[in-house]
Design a protein around this ligand. Structure first.
Ligand SMILES: [Zn+2]
Length: 271
């Protein structure tokens, strides 16, 4: 039996279609899968889990998500199946588990979710919101040749400009815009291994659940450029199993950290 190499694959047809008319397929690899890159992923779509003619939809390299920009028009009521084909740097092919995308929402569900999102967006853009950027952390790709021990994979420098302390070349994917609504800041004292007690600023913010931000990603404040680790993501509002609004706990990154060198390619918009 082939060992499982995809840790998970998820399909979001609800939230992404509410805002952009597309489906998002995301996945994570088992850490034990260490075949050489580049890893070329092809999204394939079919109408049965046992399909023998999978249709190629989109291709990405060393990136764990992809969009189906033209989800099948008969999506409502009809299950659609997705899988990911991976070709590694040696030309060996692997397939993910098959994941079903069911669109079981009725008109009431859609209008209710749309209204929740519309109101939240209004609050963000009117007064309480702060625009910013999410940097999604890279978990695979070329191992950093500068600071990472090529045998053990151990990261030997946290000030590396090639991988920003992640051990993977590039460190993070390019920034995408992400608005949040800030709550009151809290100061906290935290124990760290090498520095003893330090003060750190914890923020809790609320935001839409899409695009997805995850623990260990970075959020950049659009006005102050302060950078935060996303420490925790909690669901605040959910409709029929789909997260709509989330609460993020953010830990401020000390301003001498290498992550401040990571470029934000698109300039913050005036508020
Ligand atoms: Zn490095």
């Amino acid at each position: 039996m082939t060992p499982r190499i995809f840790r998970r694959i998820s399909v979001d047809t609800h939230f992404s279609q509410l805002t952009t008319q597309r489906a998002t397929i995301a996945w994570a690899m088992e850490p034990s899968f260490v075949e050489p890159g580049p890893w070329t992923f092809t999204l394939q779509r079919g109408f049965a889990p046992t399909e023998d003619k999978w249709e190629d939809i989109a291709i990405v390299v060393d990136q764990p998500w992809v969009y189906d920009n033209r989800p099948a028009s008969n999506l409502v009521g009809t299950p659609v199946y997705y899988r990911i084909k991976l070709v590694d740097g040696n030309g060996v092919t692997y397939y993910s588990q098959v994941q079903v995308a069911t669109a079981y929402w009725n008109r009431y569900d859609w209008s209710l979710a749309k209204e929740v999102i519309r109101k939240e967006t209004l609050v963000q853009h009117n007064k309480a919101g702060v625009n910013g950027w999410v940097l999604k952390r890279r978990y695979f790709g070329e191992r950093c040749p500068v600071c990472t021990n090529q045998v053990t994979g151990q990261i030997e420098s946290s000030t590396c400009q090639t991988c920003y302390g992640t051990g993977i070349v590039g460190g993070y994917y390019p920034a995408y815009e992400y608005w949040v609504t800030m709550n009151a800041s809290q100061g906290m004292r935290k124990l760290t291994a090498d520095q003893g007690l330090i003060s750190t600023v914890i923020e809790t913010v609320r935001a839409l659940a899409y695009p997805v931000a995850e623990a260990n990603d970075i959020w950049v404040h659009g006005q102050t450029n302060t950078r935060y680790y996303i420490a925790e993501v909690k669901t605040l509002a959910r409709h029929r199993g789909i997260d709509l609004i989330v609460d993020l706990r953010l830990n401020e990154v000390p301003n001498n950290h290498i992550i401040y060198e990571f470029p934000i390619t698109c300039p913050p918009q005036p508020s």
